[in-house]
Design a binder for this molecule. Structure first.
Ligand code: LLP
Length: 431
C-alpha cells in the first residue's frame, strides 16, 4: 500500500518520523515517499510487462517537477493536458516523444507548444479540434501523430464528476461517429491518425468496465482496418484505484490479469499499448500533515479545527471523498490496525475534522471516530498524494503549503512554503 507506518505509536514516512518532518518543514505540508512512488510505478510496469506498454504518468494528479523527474528517471512517459503540464514535464527532463496530450479545450498556443516540442501523440476529442490541429500543423509544417478519443459509453461506477466514458460526458467522440471521423480525417498529410484513446473515469475499482471498453475499441479497430486504416496504438487511459482504505483497490497484477489476455495477441501483432495512470501511483505515496489549532464543541458535535482545509485538500468537500485521518502520535494502544471508516478502539470520540476557512463545506473528515486530540497535535490525512496539492488553492489568502519528498532517512523540500508576498506577486495596486 505505502511506506507510511506507525512505529511505537508514532507515524513515520520511510525512516523519518512525521513529527520531525513537521518540525523541519512546518504545516500544512504534503509529504511524499519516493519509495512508494517507485514501487507503484514498478509494480504496474511488471504487471503489464507482457503488453510492453508505454506508461505515461498522469501529470495532473501530482505535478511537482521533482516527482515528474523521479518517474522520468524510471522510464515513465507523461500524460499531459495543458501547456503548463507540457512545460513541467519538459522541465523535469521528460522526452516529449513519450508525452501524450489529451484535453477537450486545447488552445492555439498550447497546440503550437505541443507541436514545437515534439509531443508524441495528440489525443483528439472532437472534429473541430482535429481540424484546428491539422491547420496549425500545416502552417508550422510539422508532422505529428494522433489518436481519436472515443467515448465507449461504459459506466465505470464512480463519482459523477469523474465519470468520463459515458455518452453524456463532454469527452471524446461517440463510438458511432468514429468511423466517419477516420473517413473524414484519416488521410491528413500532417496529422497521422493512427490510434484509439479511451479513458472511462477515475477511480475504477473493478476490471469489468475496462474489458467492456477495450472490447468495443477492438471491434472499432477491426472495422477501421477493414476500411483500410492502420491503427497501431491503443491508449487505455488511467483510472486504476488506490487504497483510501486498506486493501480497497485491486492490485496492479489483478488489473493486468484481466486486461492482458484481451490484448496480448494484438500486441504480438504489432499494436502499441499506452497506459495513463495517475492516482494508483501517487495517491498512497503522499499524506497531508496538518496541525490542530483548536478543539471546540458546537451542539453535540466536536470540531477539530486544523491549519489545512478545503484550500489544501479539496477532495472531501468537492466529491465527498473519504480520506483516512488519524493523529500522528496516538500512542501504541491507539495505533490503527488498518485504515478503515470504522475502527473499534477504546476511547474514540465522534469528531468533525475541519479547516480554517469561512465555509461550512470546509471539512477534511465528517463524523469520524478518532482518538481525542488537543491544540498543537499533528494529524495525518492519508492517501493524499493524488489530486491533493494539484487541486490546492489560495482561497481565503492562505499561501500554498510546502511539499517534501522523503527518501529513506533523507528529507528534501520540493516546494517551498509560499509567503504572503507570493500572494500578491502578480497583483498591481498602482497604475
Ligand atoms: N487520462 C486521462 C485522459 C484523464 O482524464 C485522467 C484523469 C487520467 C488519465 C488519470 O486518471 P487516474 O489514473 O489518476 O485515475 N480530481 C479527481 C480525479 C480527476 C481525474 C481526471 N482525469 C479526484 O480527485 O478524484
Amino acid at each position: 500500500m505505502d511506506e507510511f507506518h506507525y512505529r511505537d505509536g508514532a507515524l513515520f514516512c520511510e525512516e523519518i518520523s512525521a513529527n520531525e518532518i513537521a518540525r523541519s518543514a512546518g504545516t500544512p505540508c504534503y509529504v511524499y515517499s519516493a519509495a512508494t512512488f517507485r514501487q507503484h510505478y514498478t509494480r504496474l510496469r511488471e504487471a503489464f510487462a507482457p503488453l510492453n506498454p508505454l506508461i505515461c504518468y498522469s501529470v495532473k494528479c501530482c505535478s511537482n517537477i521533482a516527482i515528474l523527474r523521479l518517474l522520468t528517471e524510471l522510464g515513465a512517459g507523461m500524460d499531459v493536458v495543458s501547456g503548463g503540464e507540457i512545460f513541467r514535464a519538459l522541465r523535469a527532463g521528460g522526452d516529449p516523444k513519450n508525452f501524450v496530450y489529451a484535453g477537450v479545450g486545447k488552445s492555439e498556443a498550447e497546440i503550437r507548444l505541443a507541436l514545437q516540442s515534439g509531443v508524441g501523440l495528440f489525443n483528439i476529442e472532437s472534429e473541430m479540434e482535429f481540424e484546428n490541429i491539422a491547420r496549425i500543423a500545416r502552417e508550422m509544417k510539422i508532422h505529428t501523430t494522433a489518436a481519436l478519443r472515443v467515448n465507449p459509453d461504459v459506466d465505470p461506477k464512480t463519482h459523477r464528476y469523474t465519470t468520463t466514458g459515458k455518452r453524456e460526458s463532454k469527452f471524446g467522440v461517440d463510438l458511432e461517429r468514429a468511423s466517419a471521423f477516420f473517413r473524414a480525417y484519416g488521410h491528413d498529410p500532417y496529422v497521422a491518425l493512427c490510434g484509439i484513446h479511451l479513458h472511462i473515469g477515475s477511480p475504477v475499482y473493478t476490471t469489468g468496465p475496462y474489458i467492456e471498453s477495450v472490447q468495443k475499441a477492438l471491434a472499432l479497430m477491426d472495422e477501421l482496418a477493414r476500411e483500410g486504416f492502420r491503427i497501431d496504438t491503443l491508449d487505455l487511459g488511467g483510472g486504476f484505484g488506490a487504497d483510501y482504505e486498506s486493501d480497497q483497490s485491486p492490485l496492479a497484477i489483478e488489473y493486468a490479469a484481466a486486461i492482458v489476455p484481451v490484448l496480448q495477441s494484438r500486441v504480438e501483432g504489432g499494436l502499441r499499448i499506452i497506459l495513463e495512470p495517475g492516482r494508483t501511483i501517487a495517491a498512497n505515496a503522499g499524506i497531508l500533515l496538518t496541525r490542530v489549532e483548536y478543539v471546540k464543541k458546537s451542539g453535540d458535535r466536536t470540531f477539530v479545527i486544523c491549519d489545512a482545509g478545503m484550500n489544501t485538500l479539496l477532495r472531501p468537500s468537492h466529491y465527498g471523498a473519504f480520506h483516512f485521518v488519524w493523529p500522528v502520535h496516538p500512542g501504541v494502544a491507539l495505533t490503527p490496525p488498518r485504515r478503515a471508516r470504522e475502527l473499534v478502539l477504546p476511547g474514540l470520540q465522534r469528531t468533525e475534522v475541519v479547516g480554517p476557512l469561512c465555509e461550512t463545506g470546509d471539512f477534511l473528515a465528517e463524523d469520524r471516530m478518532l482518538p481525542p486530540v488537543s491544540r498543537g497535535d499533528l494529524v495525518a490525512i492519508f492517501t493524499a498524494g493524488a489530486y491533493g496539492m494539484a487541486m490546492a488553492s489560495r482561497y481565503n489568502s492562505h499561501p500554498l503549503p510546502t511539499e517534501v519528498l522523503v527518501e529513506g532517512a533523507t528529507l528534501r523540500v520540493i516546494r517551498a512554503r509560499e509567503q504572503y508576498e507570493d500572494l500578491v506577486l502578480h497583483e498591481r495596486d498602482s497604475f
